[in-house]
Design a protein around this ligand. Structure first.
Ligand code: ZN
Length: 235
């Protein structure tokens, strides 16, 4: 009987180890939350970069407009004051056009100044956001690397304990194994409790000396009167 009780004790140790490793494995951070955070940051960065590209396009467009306005103004100026126009009406018309072109130039210059400020601000914001995304990417890499190492270790623990468990189960009496499994289910994991100093370590309930001695003797299955767990003297 002692051999059977020892096997039962070993089985409990292995199952406790498997339960622990499974809980650890399920609780590991696989980077899902950080990945979502990174995606959001990257989407925000893409938005900022789009707006910046648009502003750069607008800048180029306005610079070209400014250039052609200035060319046209110079051309009209040369025509008006080059000594070739004698008709005062034609001259007045040209002067109105020149004034209009000057107003347009002035407006474009103002717009461009605003745009330069805007681009500078947007460039800074995009730089900050790019750094944020980069930091999150590095954090995610670390989490994923840790997850891979740790989960491989835990899977190894589970596989090894699982292998040992099989050989323990092979040597166990079927009825005892069924009792053990039933108790594991009822108690949420711990079916075999160590009895120490007349105390059940599963529920902290004390036992009579007589019961304690039969636990130590290992001649038959003794259960705790408090929690019904199978008692073992420990190894
Ligand atoms: Zn107990």
């Amino acid at each position: 009987m002692k051999e059977q009780l020892d096997l039962l004790f070993d089985l409990q140790q292995l199952d406790t180890k498997i339960d622990w490793a499974t809980r650890e494995l399920n609780g590991l951070d696989d980077g899902t939350a950080k990945r979502a955070e990174l995606s959001a940051a990257e989407a925000q960065l893409a938005g900022l970069e789009d707006a910046l590209r648009q502003a750069n396009g607008e800048q180029l467009d306005k610079e070209l407009q400014l250039e052609s306005t200035e060319t046209e103004r110079k051309d009209k100026w040369g025509k008006a004051y080059g000594g070739t126009i004698s008709d005062p009406k034609e001259l007045a018309s040209l002067e109105r056009k020149i004034e209009e072109l000057q107003r347009r130039r002035s407006k474009l210059e103002d717009d461009l100044l605003t745009l330069y400020d805007d681009i500078e601000r947007r460039t800074e914001a995009a730089d900050v956001q790019r750094a944020t995304a980069e930091r999150l990417r590095q954090e995610l890499d670390t989490i994923v690397a840790t997850f891979q190492t740790r989960s491989a270790e835990l899977r190894e623990v589970i596989a090894q304990a699982g292998g040992e468990r099989e050989s323990v189960v092979a040597g166990l009496d079927a009825g005892l194994l069924a009792d053990y499994e039933g108790l594991r289910h009822k108690t949420g994991g711990l079916a075999v409790a160590v009895a120490k100093d007349q105390l059940c370590t599963g529920c902290r309930v004390s036992m009579s000396l007589m019961i304690y001695e039969s636990v130590l003797a290992c001649k038959h299955v003794v259960r705790c009167e408090g929690c019904r767990r199978i008692l073992h003297p420990g190894k």
